[in-house]
Design a protein around this ligand. Structure first.
Ligand code: NAD
Length: 489
């Protein structure tokens, strides 16, 4: 058994997780630990180090010390290290899937999908590492020769959410390391174990001490808040909720940090009257129930042309009603548990509020008995325009349906939130696609598909869904600064 798989098995058997600072695994300086639980049972899995202010500082000390040497490592060598990590992740895919399911709840099949998706960011950025280039020329005045070089931004703070504990980490660590930046990584307190196992992979692949430092904590503000004002930190990359993102953005202004913010979403899923309804239903299931609906890309509002509302709702509700709710470890599970009880109560409150305002639960909508934080696939028809279920991010397997009469109304409804991450459009009319899609205030649009995420494409939103892009050719640019050198001729 590989040392990575053995490490994962030990965590799953209850061994404690440590911090990783300057190439050393160690407890928090306070000695404190916090519990990580399985959302399907509510039972503890193990405890991990509860890093505090001193641990955050030690991690930045290490990242800062390692920065210059790491930036000087030839791009080909940095690329080879990332590629080695990509292969190691694949070799340990089953163990990673078990760990993701245990701490996050998604089914083993979805967890395996996340391993493939997450590993792909390491391969993609291994390939991008050797394509960072510059340019040269003579200024139009003729006075100077211009050299434009790209340099790593410097030490980064990478903060990740709980919903894709592997992929959100590789989507940041991959481009940071490829660009020559060192990092302090702070995983979500609900799912820190996958990041620790990924760190084992990076260590085994040969990433030098100090390049990646990981601080697990139950108090993120205490462990990392002071780093945002530390002049050695040069960048913040955050994926999480919009309210927390706004607070961190304000704090990052203190040090004028480069910021990449991947925040919340409220994706419209738009079905025109000419759509292939079977394909639209399949896409709706994918866009709504991927990751138990706990995805920033999850369809949050189903906007259906009034002429096809009835058949769409009927077929969609039938398909949702067939989904199997259960523990992620059961072989037939489609929908694992929600991440915690607070999330489940919030999702149910959104459903209750919509029903109180006149919506009809065509399928689902009931709160099952415990244990575990399960919620059934739910379709709500006739949802009021200001019901909370359409104005807030649901983050659960609940699908509110509203209707529209024409393209103008669809645009108005689609753009009516502060978010602008992604949307989905089902139509067979190419003219309509080309006319309609540019009117959507969205960073990403899927046409006749319910899934757009891919490591080779620029992922990110507009409006309050964020700043910057992850993945694609754009992803590495977030970790690079231009340096212009003017040389007298
Ligand atoms: P969250 O904002 O509660 O937490 C995200 C991360 O921020 C966690 O690691 C948390 O510990 C940390 N954090 C919280 N307060 C902090 C502080 N004061 N200082 C430093 N770190 C702090 O979000 P979540 O509940 O973990 O994730 C769900 C949210 O993430 C949803 O809104 C979802 O849409 C969003 N998300 C967005 C994307 C995207 O790419 N746009 C991807 C996945 C998730």
């Amino acid at each position: 058994m590989s040392s990575v798989a053995a490490y994962i098995d030990a965590l799953l058997a209850g061994a404690p997780g440590d911090l990783y600072v300057d190439g050393v695994w160690r407890p928090a300086s306070s000695g404190d630990r916090f519990v990580v639980s399985d959302p399907a049972t509510g039972q503890p899995i193990c405890e991990v180090a509860d890093g505090g202010t001193a641990d955050g500082s030690a991690a930045l000390d290490a990242a800062d010390r390692a920065q210059e040497a790491w930036a000087a490592v030839p791009a080909r060598e940095r690329s080879d290290l990332l590629m080695a990590a990509f292969h190691l992740l694949h070799e340990n895919a089953d163990a990673f899937a078990r760990l993701i399911t245990a701490e996050m709840g998604k089914s083993l099949a979805e967890a395996r999908g996340e391993v493939t998706y997450g590993a792909e960011f390491l391969r993609w950025f291994a390939e991008e590492a050797v394509r960072v280039d510059g340019r040269s020329g003579v200024l139009p005045s003729g006075r100077l020769r211009m050299l434009v070089d790209q340099r790593p931004v410097g030490p980064c703070l990478l903060i990740t959410p709980w919903n894709f504990p592997l992929a959100m980490a590789t989507r940041k660590i991959g481009p940071a390391l490829a660009a020559g930046c060192t990092a302090v990584v702070k995983p979500a307190e609900l799912t820190p174990l996958t990041t620790l196992a990924l760190t084992k992979v990076l260590e085994e692949a040969g990433v030098p001490a100090g390049v990646v430092n990981v601080v697990t904590t139950a108090d993120p503000a205490a462990a990392t808040g002071h780093l945002l004002a530390d002049p050695r930190l040069r960048k913040l990359s955050f994926t999480g909720s919009t309210p927390v993102g706004k607070r961190l953005l304000a704090a990052a202004a203190e040090g004028v940090l480069r910021c990449s913010m991947e925040l919340g979403g409220s994706a419209p899923f738009i079905v025109f009257e000419d759509a292939d309804l079977d394909e639209a239903v399949a896409g709706a299931i994918a866009a709504k129930t991927r990751n138990i609906g706990e995805a920033c890309t999850a369809a949050n509002r189903f906007l259906v042309h009034e002429s096809v509302q009835e058949p769409f709702v009927e077929r969609f509700a039938a398909a949702m009603g067939e989904l199997v709710v259960g523990s992620g470890t059961a072989h037939d599970t489609d929908l694992g548990p929600l991440i915690d009880e607070r999330s489940r109560e919030r999702v149910h409150a959104l459903v209750t509020d919509a029903v109180a305002q006149g919506a009809r639960a065509v399928v689902g909508g009931n709160l099952p008995d415990g244990p575990g934080h399960f919620y059934p696939a739910t379709v709500l028809d006739g949802v009021a325009p200001d019901a909370r279920v359409v104005t807030e991010e649901i983050f659960g397997p609940v699908a509110p349906v509203q209707t529209f009469a024409d393209e103008d109304e669809a645009v108005r409804l689609a753009n009516s939130t502060p978010y602008g991450l992604v949307g989905y459009v089902y139509t067979r009319d190419l003219d309509r696609t080309l006319r309609f899609v540019p009117r959507l205030q969205l960073g990403m649009v899927g046409v006749n598909t319910g899934v757009v995420s891919d490591p080779a494409a620029p992922f990110g939103g507009v409006k309050e869904s964020g700043l910057g892009r992850e993945g694609g050719r754009e992803g590495i640019a977030e970790y690079l600064e231009h340096q212009y050198v003017g040389i007298v001729r």
